[in-house]
Design a protein. Sequence first.
Length: 436
Amino acid sequence: MAHSQTIGFIGSGRIGRPVMQALLKAGHKVQVYDKFQSATDSIVSAGGTWAATPAIAAAHCDLLVTCLALPSHVTECMLAEKGALETLPKGAVWLNMSTTDYHGTMEIASQAKAKGVHCLEGPVSNLSHMGVDYGNSSLFCAGDKIGYDKVQDVLAVIAKISFFTGEIGTAQATKLLTNHLFYAAVLVTTDCLAIASKAGIPTLWVWNQLEQSSANSIVLAQFMPFIFDGSYDSSCALEIGIKDLNLTVKLAKELQVDLPLGALVSQRYTLAGNHYDPRQNHLSVAKLTEAANDLSLRVVGFEAASKYGINPDYQHNQPMTVDDLGRLCPNWPASYQAAEFCPTAEQQELTETLVHFIALSNQRLLQEARSLGLAAGIDADLINEMIIWSVGTNWVIENWSDYVPMTNAIDALRAVASLHDLPFLRAFMSAMQHQD
C-alpha cells in the first residue's frame, strides 16, 4: 500500500463487513454508515469510526464505497437529504460494489462527476465460498479509468484480482452473466441430485462422482454441501438471487439478447420467493424440488465446512490450495468423502448421464452468458477470463477446447426425469433442444 487512505463505507452486510475488516487491517481509516448501527459494532471495535449519516461517512474521504442490497438503497444513501454526495470531496472516488441496475449508477455518476468525483461500479464475485472473508474474490470495475487507477492499492486489499471492463454498465453486465451461470447451476444440479436420490444412489457418493468429472463447477463443489447439511447457506438471502436474476433478464431484453435458459432460471427463483420467505437462505430454492418429490437431500451427520452452514461456530482452519490458474481453493475435511458404494449397472449409467447432462447444460449456459457480455460491449477474451475468475467458473469453460458435448444426454435424462415432479428441469431440457 502506497499510503493510508480515508475510506467511507456505506453498508455493513455480509460482504461489507469482511471487506472493511481487511481495509482496517491494511492500515486504512474506515468511516462506516449502516441503517442499523448494531451491524457496524464489529467494525467500530476493530478501529472503524461510526458515521451517523451517509454524508458524515463520505466527508473528507479519498474513497467512498457503497455495498448495499437494492438499487433504491444506493440512490437513497447517495442522493437523499444527508446523502453522501453532499460531502464527498472533489477528486474522491466513488465505488459502488452493489449488484444493481446500472442506470441508477449512471444517474448518480452524472451528478457526482459534476462535483469532480471519479465514479466506478465495482460488483464483487467470490472465487470460493466465503471468498470475501478470505480476500479470495474478484472485482469487475467500470467507469472512470482515472478513478480505477487511483484506488488500485485499495482494490488489491479488497480482492485477489480486479478487471476494468469499460463504461458503466459493463461491470454490472459481467456480474449478472456470472450470477446467471451460478444460479442456473444450482437448479440443474439440485434436480439431478434428486433424480439420483430417487434411483437409490447415495447423495454424497454421486456428488463425489460429479465433482471429479466434467460436470464440476464451483456450485457443485462448494455450495451443494449447504443443501446436504440443511442450512441452505446463510451467506446470502433468496431475495438477492431473485433480484439479480430479474436484473439479468431485464438487461437481456434491453440488449435484445435471447436468454431462454436464463428466463427459466429467473422464473424458478421467483416461484421460490412466492413459496418461501424470500429472506430465507438463498439455496432454499432447492426446497421446491425436495417438497414436490417427497425427498430430502440432507446427508445424515453432514456438516458444511463453513460458518454459513449448519454450525455458525465452524472454524475453517485448513490452508487453501492454489490451483493451476492461481486461484485459492479450499481443502475439504474427510467427512466430505462418501462411504464405499457399489452401484448397479443402471445406477452407474444414470450417473454417467448426469455427468454428461450437467456438463452440456454448463456449455449452453456459457453460450448465453457470453452473448450477453458481447451485447454489452465487452471483449470476448475478457469475458472468458472474468468467468474463470468468478463464482461462475466451471470445468467446461476451463477446458473449452477439449470439451466434447454429449447432446444425447438430454433424451437419456428426459426419460428418467419424466418419472418425477421436475417441471424446471423438463422445461430447461426442452429449451436446450430448441437451441440445437
